[in-house]
Design a protein around this ligand. Structure first.
Ligand code: CA
Length: 362
């Protein structure tokens, strides 16, 4: 179809030399537009997108151009349209489409534009890995009352002696708290983290609109106080050491959330955090993700190296007072030894680090 806009130009083309007809078929301005479609987000790396979480809306910025004018744009996942929008008919358009994948999988993503002549232009497919569909961030797992082996006689002195501990039922977060979740807290409360108060560098993005590719990563550079306030804001609290360890290892005394042997393929590489729940096999018996690695996790207890020797075996709450708070689970920077579910480290409650975050319980 020839648009009305092009009619006078085409009339002039009729009397032009035959060799110029093709160039006159559209206006000189439109002829300069090279037809094509690109997806410019989520941030592409090579020919594949970075992994994303299920159950969260994803936003794709799509660029399309056609000398005939673009009429509509679709987003396709495994060749099925998952989002679409009619557009203005301009020769060049930029459109944002959102899609919320609900299941795990490696989706073939493509964008398709239809121009005003009905011609379709499509990007080559790119792979979008979607992970962690067990539940949305912030969802909780129900731990049944039970008895479990706490501590390790094979570990450091402060992990000894291992002993049987009785626990009541409680709930614990399935994932570490994410940057996106912490952003909601900051927006609602204008909370200033301890790192911000002292001007300490923090490179997370919970204060800006475009949290972009780190939205689903664990929040970090948060102090014990920041973590405690976040959990309370949601009517939750930090888990005790015992609650954390029971959720991480279940009742068979295992050394890692998945079993007794370390497996580097189940934890984040030693360079950076990964989206929470990305490693589907870094999952504890109850279904908690990243209890080994990604980020260390603040727990509620004060730290004392000799606390286990006091044999508090019924829902232990930690010492009544000490100087520092406990962190558990290891991080992307750590050795297999630090990723054991019985490993205990500690720091001042106001300290913050690039590899320390948290999850909540209630
Ligand atoms: Ca962790």
């Amino acid at each position: 179809m020839v648009s009305m806009d092009n009619a006078p130009m085409l009339k002039r083309c009729v009397i032009a030399a035959a060799m110029l007809v093709a160039a006159c078929a559209v206006s000189p301005l439109r002829a300069a537009v090279a037809p094509g479609v690109e997806i410019t987000s989520p941030a592409a790396r090579g020919d594949a997108f970075r992994p994303v979480r299920a159950n969260r809306p994803l936003f794709f910025a799509i660029y399309a151009a056609s000398p005939n004018g673009v009429a509509s744009i679709e987003l396709l996942a495994d060749d099925r349209p998952v989002a679409a929008k009619p557009v203005s008919g301009a020769a060049v358009v930029n459109v944002v489409l959102s899609w919320q994948p609900m299941v795990n999988g490696d989706f073939q993503i493509a964008a398709q534009a239809t121009d005003r002549s009905g011609r379709r232009l499509r990007t080559p497919p790119v792979v979008l890995p979607v992970r962690g569909a067990d539940g949305p961030p912030g969802s909780m797992l129900q731990m049944p009352a039970g008895t479990f082996l706490m501590g390790s006689n094979a570990g450091f002195d402060d992990e000894r002696p291992e002993r049987m501990v009785n626990m009541p039922a409680y709930q614990i977060d399935r994932y570490e708290v994410t940057v996106g979740e912490f952003r909601e807290f900051v927006k609602a409360t204008n909370h200033r983290t301890d790192a911000e108060k002292v001007g300490k560098p923090f490179n997370e993005t919970w204060r800006v609109d475009n949290v972009g590719s780190r939205f689903d990563h664990p929040v970090r550079y948060v102090s014990w106080w920041d973590a405690d306030k976040y959990c309370r804001w949601l009517g939750k609290r930090l888990p005790t050491e015992a609650e954390w360890e029971y959720a991480a290892r279940g009742n068979d005394g295992r050394a890692y959330p998945w079993g007794n042997d370390f497996d580097p393929a189940r934890v984040a590489p030693p360079t950076d955090t990964m989206p929470v729940g990305f490693y589907l096999n870094n999952r504890s018996p109850i279904g908690a993700y990243d209890m080994a690695g990604n980020v260390w996790e603040w727990v509620n207890d004060w730290y004392r190296p000799d606390y286990y020797a006091q044999n508090e075996n019924d829902n232990p709450q930690g010492p009544p007072q000490a100087d520092q708070r406990v962190m558990r689970g290891g991080s992307f920077t750590n050795s297999p030894e630090d990723l054991r579910v019985t490993r205990r480290i500690k720091d001042d409650a106001s300290s913050s680090h690039r590899d320390v975050g948290f999850r909540c319980a209630k």
